[in-house]
Ligand binder design. Structure first.
Ligand code: PLP
Ligand code: LYS
Length: 416
């Protein structure tokens, strides 16, 4: 359920007409709903309410500063993967003590920044990082709280590009190595061992890979405890899927009910890092039909949003729902909905039956996660505007990039 609903024949975000938003602010534009963000955050918070826990929103899914601000105000922590994401969290009023810092390639500058701001936990993903962090922490006179991100080698049964918990994936360290590294970390002056983390992939529709991963991780937790290394928290990662078409994703309450019994008898605070399940259905991408172009094999609807605005279809062949904002009663046809970018792979949807004409406004649904954040300036296109709706109010959080913005930081060679 989300707060994008039809009323009197037109699509609204909460109480705001998307037709009006597009008329006033242009397209392509991402629109987010505060109420949906809040409801999804609460679904995770409530699902874990029987145990000590911390929900850490995965900033990579949607790093819009107002989105982060809404979540921070609800008490959310954040899962970050770069210094840039840390800056955004701080700017949005997030508490660095509730931040977990994941990532396979943290730079020295990023580690220093995170140490300086006292992030809650470094989710360490390699031996190199562990040793580097210990040295840096000692250098700056701090102690870094750490978890090792373990790679439990389970098949999350998702798209290969978004599976992260198989041994052929670059993420985390295997369980045997992790045990050795924990024993070493326990002796390091710059480190405090506090937890363990695992994240096996994204857009997971079934809880069984989660449960398999958890069994392997808990076996390590118990082996460590027997060796005197007692962990305080278990970070189960994110990854719960959403419905793009007809998927039946597991709800947070059912997901929690499935795994919480496994923790009985252990005193572990649960961390989770959902991104898509919180932000996905909280956003749409508004785009206008530029023209209709009949071809010999296909009819094309050329719209003003392209793969630079929404990469998921081109990158993962992802199916995203495309709906008219003001459906009209006229003949329909089957179109490939494509953007203006000079790539055959630049499509938003294929073989879609739509009743549209040039100038019509379309909404790509479930675009609140991995939408704007994956956008680029390819073909020197300015990035889309971002608006957040709160009841009957709409706030432009980020203006559309102008052509001037695009070249503002570029320099010409001195004349010869
Ligand atoms: C370490 C980590 N945590 C959390 C997430 C968020 O995943 P999702 O948006 O699928 O919940 C990801 C992305 O897959 C990730 O790599
Ligand atoms: N960008 C991906 C998810 C990436 C998950 C990050 N580890 C998507 O759109 O589905």
């Amino acid at each position: 359920m989300d707060h994008f609903q039809y009323r009197d024949g037109a699509l609204y975000a909460e109480q705001v007409s998307l037709t009006h938003l597009a008329a006033e602010h242009g397209t392509p534009t991402y629109v987010y709903s505060r109420a949906t963000l809040e409801r999804h955050y609460r679904a995770f918070d409530d699902a874990l309410s029987s145990v000590p826990h911390q929900v850490c929103f995965a900033v990579k899914a949607n790093s819009n500063i107002a989105v982060l601000q809404v979540l921070a105000a609800l008490g959310s922590g954040f899962d970050i993967v770069s210094g840039g994401e840390l800056r955004r969290v701080l700017r949005a009023g997030g508490d660095p003590a509730k931040v977990v810092f994941s990532g396979v390639g943290k730079t020295e500058a990023e580690l220093r920044l995170a140490l300086e701001h006292g992030v809650g936990c470094f989710n360490v993903e390699s031996e190199y990082e562990l040793l580097q962090l210990d040295a840096l922490a000692q250098q700056v006179g701090r102690v870094a709280s750490i978890a090792l991100r373990v790679n439990p080698d389970v098949d999350a049964k998702t798209h290969p590009y978004i599976s992260t918990g198989l041994k052929q994936n670059k993420f985390g360290v295997d369980l045997i190595t992790a045990e050795r590294l924990y024993r070493h970390a326990a002796t390091c002056k710059g480190l405090k061992v506090v937890g363990i983390a695992s994240h096996i992939g994204s857009q997971l529709l079934d809880v069984s890979p989660y449960l398999d991963a958890l069994d392997r991780v808990l076996a390590l937790v118990d082996r460590l405890a027997a060796a005197g290394i007692v962990l305080q928290h278990l970070d189960v990662g994110g990854g719960l899927g959403v419905r793009y078409r007809d998927e039946q994703p597991t709800e947070p309450a059912d997901w929690a009910a499935a795994f919480l019994p496994k923790l009985a008898g252990r005193k572990l605070t649960i961390f989770t890092e959902p991104g898509r399940a919180i932000a996905g259905n909280a956003g749409v991408l508004l785009t206008r039909v530029l023209l209709l172009k009949p071809g010999e094999a296909k009819q094309f609807a050329v719209v003003d949003a392209a793969m630079n605005d929404l990469l998921r279809p081109a990158l993962y062949q992802a199916w995203m729902d495309i709906v008219p904002v003001q459906p009209q009663d006229r003949a329909s046809a089957v179109y490939d909905v494509v953007g203006p970018v000079c790539e055959t792979g630049d499509w938003i949807g294929r073989d879609r039956e739509l009743s549209i004409a040039p100038g019509d406004l379309l909404a790509v649904r479930t675009a609140g996660a991995y939408g704007f954040v994956m956008s680029s300036n390819y073909n020197s296109r300015g990035r889309a505007a971002e608006i957040i709706v709160d009841g009957n109010r709409a706030v432009v959080v980020r203006e559309r990039e102008s052509f001037d913005d695009l070249i503002a930081n570029e320099r010409l060679l001195d004349p010869r």
